[in-house]
Design a protein around this ligand. Structure first.
Ligand SMILES: [Zn+2]
Ligand SMILES: [Zn+2]
Length: 96
């Protein structure tokens, strides 16, 4: 995974990715537009799909890697972060 240190570098990287016809998708865009497999249930199996009373509370967590989608289950205290933040995947900090 490529790590950029500033917004300017990120823009440069995105522009480079757009210019290359072989690059059909890159993580930055996937995260922003949520292309691909979206999380549709919490770890306890509660569905995020459906009425507003069961739909997960969505938050956006800005991060140096581009950002994370934060989904809070309404039925239990479970919180999922997409992409997953793990200790071995810097520069993401621990979610608090
Ligand atoms: Zn749940
Ligand atoms: Zn991150």
């Amino acid at each position: 995974m490529t790590v950029v240190a500033s917004p300017a570098e990120l823009r440069h990287m995105v522009a480079r990715g757009r210019a290359d016809r072989h690059v059909v998708a890159f993580p930055y865009r996937q995260v922003r537009e949520l292309v691909g497999a979206a999380l549709d249930h919490c770890r306890r199996g509660h569905s995020y799909v459906g009425r507003s009373t069961t739909r997960a509370v969505c938050d956006w967590w800005p991060c140096r890697c581009g950002g994370h989608l934060v989904l809070r289950c309404r039925m239990c205290p479970d919180v999922r972060v997409d992409p997953v933040v793990s200790a071995d995947r810097n520069p993401c900090r621990t979610y608090s």
